[in-house]
Design a binder for this molecule. Sequence first.
Ligand code: UDP
Length: 484
Amino acid sequence: MEQNRTQKHTVVLVPLPLQGHITPMLQLGNILYSKGFSIVVAHSEFRPPNPLNHPEFILHPLSDNLSGYQASSNNLVELILAINSNCRAPLEDYMVQLMEDQKLQGYQVACIIYDSHLCFVDSVATHLKIPGIILRPDMAVYMLAFRYFCQLEAENRISFPGSRLQEPVPGLHPLRFKDLPYPITNEIPEWIMDFFASSVNIRSSVAIILNTTDCLEHSTLSQLQQCYKVPCFPIAPLHKLGAAATSTSFLEEDQSCIAWLEKQPPNSVLYISFGSIACVNEQELTETAWGLGNSGIPFIWVLRSDSIDGSQLEDHFPEAVKALLGERGLIVKWAPQKKVLAHSAVGGFWSHCGWNSTIESICEGVPMICRPHFADQLSNARYLTSEWKVGLEIENVLDRGSIEISIRRLMVDAEGKEMRQIMSVMKDKLEAGLQKGGSSYESLNDLTEFISQLPSMVQEVKVDDPATSVSKNLIQFEGLKNLV
Ligand code: UDP
């Protein structure tokens, strides 16, 4: 592809092909493209980005031996490990070729930005002496929670009695032990511990970018910055900074949601979605349908075809529930979520609390019902319900009465109105952060400048004699030492 950009610098992105991970990576690509960088996406063959949605990017598939693979919550670590071992050589071969081509065109690869789970990229970057930068798609506190596990393991303190689950985790307010990413009452298998350790090890990365922001995590970000001696750039919400309306969905978005919402009164509709991976069992699904039906609240409910543990969705509901749900709502396989949440008819979001969904909801001032399933969803839900007070939890997800009460608390009662008001304040704060002088705006400018300077800094590091002189830049950016 002919490149003609204001910056003669190319940024290579290496995303993890899970919806909640590839989305922020592509959004970051849009932002950096708007800042004048050329963008190359080196992606797995498994679940590639749709080239029609990203005509401005160069997309390059890496051979991954994953044909026929199905991602589910049970095999995510397996997927991550497979990509890490299968894509290393293809990435290195491609990067060598790309760097030669770039040189001919007068361009230079400034850095590789990669998903925090893809540590193979670090070894390629170090080998080729290209700076690597990590993108974290989650809250900063989640990285600290992983570090806490590693610390417990090092001190041989894993495996707590169940009675301690409600206790606060030292240094990780507001989290309790039950909000951590793994049930701490069990022995943790070695391979899971290795995974945690690998996720918090930034190796030779020269910086960390986070899809979070100072107004949400001020003290946690300071804590994180103390743990890592490289610059951290909290820039959020990424989807509000890049080109509007580029879809990053693997599944087709059902646009009929929007026309349907046009006919509903303000704040009347409950939007329900459990993201791209979480599943419910048959009993929870049926109780949800009854609770929703009995609540009388209009709804849009996303039920992916693989939303139910071990069975197909088709014709799942008993006729009685179907009649109750009737015309009052829409059930779709995948929604244009950001547009749905931004619609004035939507008054609440029942969510699994994935970080993208959470921050998208905050951005639109929509209060939430929190039904976390695993991983960072637990800590995100804790923040929503206890720290920010903009979400509520259902007492018993297997009881239609409890579900009905929770829906009405959020959608009808004064409690829901109060949460909507707090959300609206949070929304304003996020928006302020995106304006000139705001924390995300400034952090993005710092990142842009940092990336622009990387090629000359690397050059400087290379010509420095590390035995006799210490470059100013070396002191500033620890990770560059590895490129000498
Ligand atoms: N999403 C969507 N349509 C849907 C459901 C989800 O576009 O019907 C998007 C949502 O906007 C979010 C992403 O999928 O950007 C899900 O990411 P999240 O981190 O919330 O959860 P995950 O799928 O990783 O569990």
